[in-house]
Design a protein around this ligand. Structure first.
Ligand code: ARG
Length: 399
């Protein structure tokens, strides 16, 4: 029986090299699957590329809608930013891609599962863990197994007549609807400012002189309309990416702790994520109590950590999801954003579930809040702190 492997195929350097490697060194038939999560690649070109590499069969799966509704939207509810910065674009797509691979793997009765991840990154963890949760077939990861580096891969690709586009020669890119990650090349110098050519979604030059306003409407934690227009999930994200990117909003540059312990310099373009998470976080503060506002960020942080770390299927992640979901019933309303030359600011918010009461908060006349009640409250609130402090002072004057 010929051995048959299935590979998540992007058409990029790593996965192209893997096809050849599986065919030549493992003497396997290769089935490739490209899962469209909004990476903006021409599926026809990728199919042609796969065919040129001699794969037995190629699948294209459009998973854009599923990606946004089942992965991106839950991350918005969790205000998910790994290490306070990274919106998890790549991390969220991996479990979905792996699920699709498992589905085709069953259908095609393959004998092994393959991926093009390196042994230095996070994606190997995300792929392996999801694949393992659904299959006992061997996992082959040639780039990791052979300890290949990019220069060797580029050379191999050239020898094999594989065409690699010019951006891939400069940077390592991963992109989908939720963001574009740029790594490698000159960006590996942690002190060097990213050159303009690293960015294609966010404008860095000739930014408009007038501010751009954007109104985002949420219904139970989910964004449903922008600028007064109801939009389907995919269109909504695309619309914000375009509009915010044109105002220069959405560049993230930080040092990130990878799962395997390496620190990496990561640069991202995430206009929609930046706007949506900022807006959602702001709205929650208006509709949640101060106790919820103190506690939920801890849950959110853990959620982002789990999603980043390839633990999408872990029971704790499900527990966190249940908590987060239970908090979203009141997260409905509209948030107004002002975008100007790369900066982003929330300048207004409203909700029918608002706990903000102008009548209570006002410094003007007729407030419903009786200040006189505060005196006793403050006394009790501070009692332990003031007593302890008095004792400390007493002790320090004795010695
Ligand atoms: N550091 C991010 C993550 O692990 C993005 C990785 C993107 N990959 C790439 N080849 N640029 O989720």
């Amino acid at each position: 029986m010929t051995k048959k492997s299935i590979l998540a195929f992007s058409g990029g350097l790593d996965t192209s090299v893997v096809v050849k490697y599986l065919q030549e060194e493992h003497e396997m038939d290769v089935i490739t699957v490209t899962v469209d999560v909004g990476q903006g690649d021409d599926q026809k070109k990728i199919t042609a590329k796969a065919k040129k590499l001699g794969v037995k069969k190629h699948y294209n799966i459009d998973a854009k809608k599923e990606f946004v509704t089942d992965y991106v939207f839950p991350s918005i509810k969790a205000n998910a930013l790994y290490q306070k910065k990274y919106c998890l674009a790549t991390a969220l797509a991996r479990p979905l891609i792996a699920e699709k691979i498992l589905y085709i793997a069953k259908k095609e009765k393959v004998t092994s599962l393959a991926h093009g991840c390196t042994g230095k990154g996070n994606d190997q963890v995300r792929f392996d863990v999801t694949l393992r949760s659904g299959s006992d077939l061997p996992i082959i990861a040639p780039i990791r197994d052979k300890n290949l580096d990019r220069v060797t891969e580029l050379k191999f690709a050239q020898e094999q007549g594989i065409d690699i586009d010019t951006v891939a020669k400069k940077y390592s890119i991963d992109q989908n609807l939720w963001g574009r990650a740029i790594e490698g090349g000159v960006l590996e110098d942690s002190y060097a400012e990213p050159p303009d050519d690293a960015f294609i979604w966010v404008r860095t030059k000739n930014l408009p002189d007038k501010p751009t306003y954007m109104e985002i409407k949420f219904d139970q934690g989910v964004p449903v309309a922008v600028d007064g227009k109801m939009l389907d999930p995919v269109k909504l994200v695309e619309y914000i990416n375009k509009k915010a990117g044109a105002a220069g909003v959405g560049i993230v540059d930080h040092i990130e702790d990878r799962i395997v312990g390496i620190k990496s310099r990561e640069v991202y373009e995430t206009p929609a994520a930046t706007c949506l998470i900022e807006a959602h976080t702001d709205l929650e503060k208006m509709v949640h109590t101060k106790h919820q506002n103190k506690f939920k960020p801890m849950v959110d942080d853990q959620w982002a950590y789990m999603a980043y770390s390839g633990l999408w299927q872990d029971p704790l992640k499900q527990n966190l999801d249940a908590f987060i979901e239970s908090s979203q019933g009141v997260v409905s309303g509209v948030v107004k954003l002002k975008l100007y030359k790369g900066s982003l600011r929330v300048v207004g918010r409203k909700s029918r579930h608002s706990l903000y009461s102008r009548e209570a908060a006002t410094y003007g006349t007729g407030s419903t809040f009786d200040q006189r009640l505060a005196k006793g409250f403050v006394e009790l609130w501070g009692i332990q702190s003031t007593e302890a402090n008095k004792l400390q002072k007493k002790r320090s004057t004795k010695t």
